[in-house]
Write a protein that binds this ligand. Structure first.
Ligand code: TXA
Ligand code: MG
Length: 358
């Protein structure tokens, strides 16, 4: 059993004065410089950060998360002037998207600079880099003075954390500290875009949509493995079961009426089998579901017409089913355009492929 450590929590909300915030960020940054692991908010989800130039520090991330070592990490920079510390060269198409979407939820796969720890990239010659659009994240990285490798701050396989509380549920006692800056913004992770190939390829859908990228790059493709589970994905992290609640999750995709019928059938047989059931619904459908005795715990995740609200609330809902020990969960599907591509990608992974099309 790994020795437990005391996990420090720095509360940095808008009611705290700037001097206190500054002292707290300096404390957290100091720990990163010392080779410790610290969780912090970004505009997507909470990240688990360590000095990207230190093998030893990065190793602690894998240990704390229980993450497979062949899954590379994203390196976060505070400002563009840190980019040469991480990337060997920046292709022209990378510059174009950086100009429009950085700071923001877009990770670029670039040729790796030698100084980046081997463990960060799992031995690959490329590195994922991102400039987050979050003042606390950037202040922390700037103060640490080193690029910060950071995966999502969850135990491997669990839904990503969108609050410091979620981080503590998974990692209390396993990491040096967490900067609590309130809820993360977008709610799903950054888009991973490989700009070492021409045309650039989306390896993971996320906060910056295909449609947005298409407007800036004349051509952009999507890793075929995202749509078809049979191909080996180019982004190593995409092959793992992920984001999963403890209960068995089923996603039902199709027209509202038949989808609802099918969801109801599944819930009835699950509750007849004595399982505690739950439904991932939306503001529009939650009331109807609450009237169905077999539905169990009904959680409303955003609104049908507002995918950004769904993205923001998705992981918190999945975690809530775990808190209530729901054993069988049924979710409706969402449109796959815009942010819906990322939402459906995460839901399908969370369901471990249990998707029914009606
Ligand atoms: O929004 C985000 O991206 C969050 C916050 C904390 O920044 N981070 C995050 O990291 O989601 P993580 O480790 O959970 O996911 C990183 C993804 C994985 O799918 C990984 O395989 C891929 O990026 N990746 C990283 N480096 C890569 C590389 N060199 N080539 C291909 N894929 C890479
Ligand atoms: Mg993750």
């Amino acid at each position: 059993m790994k020795k437990q450590m005391k996990t420090q929590v720095w509360h940095v909300d808008k009611h705290v004065d700037e001097k206190t915030i500054y002292t707290q960020i300096v404390d957290a940054a100091h720990l990163i410089r010392q080779g410790e692991v610290v969780a912090f908010p970004t505009e997507t989800v909470y990240g688990l950060g360590a000095n990207a130039l230190s093998e030893h520090a990065v190793e602690k991330i894998f240990e704390a998360k229980g993450r497979p070592s062949d899954n590379p990490l994203i390196v976060h920079i505070s400002d563009l002037d840190q980019l040469p510390m991480v990337a060997r060269e920046v292709p022209e198409q990378a510059e174009r998207v950086m100009e429009v979407f950085w700071p923001g939820p877009l990770t670029l796969i670039l040729p790796k600079q030698m100084d980046v720890a081997e463990r960060v990239t799992a031995g690959l010659d490329t590195v994922g880099v991102r400039l987050p659009d979050h003042q606390l994240a950037r202040a922390l990285i700037r103060t640490a003075g080193v690029p910060v490798a950071a995966p999502s701050a969850n135990r491997s396989g669990r839904p990503s954390p969108t609050t410091a509380q979620h981080v503590l549920v998974d990692l209390d006692g396993r990491i040096a500290g967490v900067v609590d800056g309130g809820s993360a913004g977008v709610g799903v992770e950054s888009t991973v875009l490989d700009v070492t190939v021409d045309p650039p390829m989306i390896l993971r859908p996320g906060g910056i949509t295909f449609e947005q990228l298409k407007e800036v790059l004349s051509e952009v493709t999507v890793d075929p493995a995202i749509a078809r589970d049979t191909e080996a994905p180019r982004s190593p992290g995409m092959k793992y079961a992920h984001y999963a609640p403890q209960g068995e999750l089923w996603v039902v995709d199709g027209e509202p009426e038949p989808a609802r019928e099918r969801m109801l059938e599944l819930l009835k047989s699950a509750s007849e089998a004595g399982l505690k059931t739950g439904v991932l619904a939306t503001r529009e459908t939650a009331d109807w579901w609450k009237q169905q005795p077999s539905a169990g715990l009904v959680l409303s995740c955003g609104a049908d017409g507002d995918l950004s609200a769904v993205a923001r609330e998705l992981y918190a809902c999945l975690r809530r089913f775990d808190e209530e020990q729901v054993a069988y969960i049924v979710a409706q599907a969402f449109p796959r355009s815009g942010l819906g591509a990322a939402i459906m990608n995460r839901l399908e992974k969370a369901a471990g492929g249990r998707v029914i099309c009606v």
